[in-house]
Design a protein around this ligand. Structure first.
Ligand code: GAR
Length: 208
């Protein structure tokens, strides 16, 4: 059974989808053993508590630099030593040390079809605002491995979602979550935990 740590900062609906997938048996070979939140007020913490999952807060605001925050996070992650780290609405960019230490063991869910609307500054509602401003007719979500380039790691799964004429960033965010994120994130975790993904030349191959 693979040990999974989930990193969160906010509402935690993606964490909720992962918890449900573990309970329903969609994720058979993995177990969430720890939730780490960068925000003490994240509703995601309540979701962890309700599911009897251990959680800790490493408050980003209590660190004076991202380096200091990364050091605290790395200590906790080394102590836990998970097989897989899932960034599920984690609103901090991970430092090089963490990425190096857990090479190919960190995945992220991003609310667009990468390489559109991604990289520095594209997170949460900003992504959907940018998609609406550009007038795209299709958007979606991506689950990818995390490397040193923001949102630039090998892509595991993507799912497209239609944009409606009357969408606001909020309505679009909800549809992308419901139709794409909550679907492909548990799927990707399940594939990785059952050893079905391989990275070759920076591309993910999914096997039987
Ligand atoms: C999700 O849409 C997630 O894809 C996005 O923030 C939201 C968090 O929702 N993440 C990013 O933008 C990271 N770059 P949640 O807390 O309800 O899962």
């Amino acid at each position: 059974m693979k040990k999974i740590t989930v990193l969160v900062s906010g509402g935690g609906t993606n964490l909720g989808a992962l918890i449900k997938a573990c309970q329903d048996g969609e994720i058979k070979n993995g177990k969430i053993s720890l939730v780490i939140s960068s925000n003490p007020n994240a509703y995601a913490l309540k979701r962890a508590e309700n599911a009897n999952i251990k959680s800790v807060v490493i408050d980003r605001k209590l660190s004076t630099s991202s380096l200091e925050f990364d050091q605290k996070l790395l200590i906790k992650l080394k102590e836990e030593n998970p097989d897989l780290i899932v960034l599920a609405g984690f609103m901090c960019i991970l430092g090089k040390n963490i990425i190096k230490h857990f090479e190919n063991k960190i995945i992220n869910v991003h609310p667009s079809l990468i390489p559109a609307f991604c990289g520095k500054g594209f997170y949460g509602l900003n992504v959907h605002k940018a998609a609406l401003e550009r007038g795209v007719k299709l958007t979606g979500a991506t689950v990818h491995f995390v490397n040193e380039e923001a949102d630039g790691g090998p892509i595991i799964l993507q799912k497209s979602v239609n944009v409606n004429d009357n969408d606001t960033p909020e309505t679009l965010q909800k549809r992308v979550m419901r139709q794409a994120e909550w679907n492909i994130l548990p799927k990707a975790v399940s594939l990785i935990c059952s050893g079905k993904t391989k990275i070759i030349n920076n591309k993910v191959h999914i096997g039987a």
